[in-house]
Design a protein around this ligand. Sequence first.
Ligand code: DAT
Length: 155
Amino acid sequence: MNIAISGTPGVGKTTIAKLLGKKLNLKVINEKDFALKKGIGSFNEMDELEIPIDEFEKTANALLLKEGNIIFEGHLLCEMKLKVDKFIVLTLDPEKLQLRLELRNYPEEKIMDNTFCEGIEYCKKHAKKNYKTKLIVIESKEQNELINELLDLLN
Ligand code: DAT
């Protein structure tokens, strides 16, 4: 089984992907790590990696088809069409997201951008278009509860 997890930065993708990977015995791949490893994208003047969607999609799909049993996780995945069986969008109340990002010492501008994106359901809207019936939208909650809900939904 191949799964992808997306959502606004800070909603808990990395955390939940690792837990789900252990439960389902799937390899977990982070979007940015994968792009860096494959030499996809370049750093802008703010030292952020800009990842071209088409190139990422093509390279990731080749791996999904060749190896399988993978969980991809990252905020850009909702903007592409990955060859996965299920696509999970993790959501979080924007006010809670703001608090989480403040605790992580995110720059103020990034906090505003991310809470805005969560508020307008940017990732969910793109994922609906790209993944249709494969889409699972789930709100972040206590980790064990979240994993159990997800396992039920994936079965
Ligand atoms: P993302 O990969 O979406 O950027 P993350 O997994 O790095 O998010 O988590 C962001 C922060 O939130 C981090 O400090 C851990 C915390 N966190 C993750 N999942 C959580 C949950 N279910 N409940 C409370 N905090 C959580």
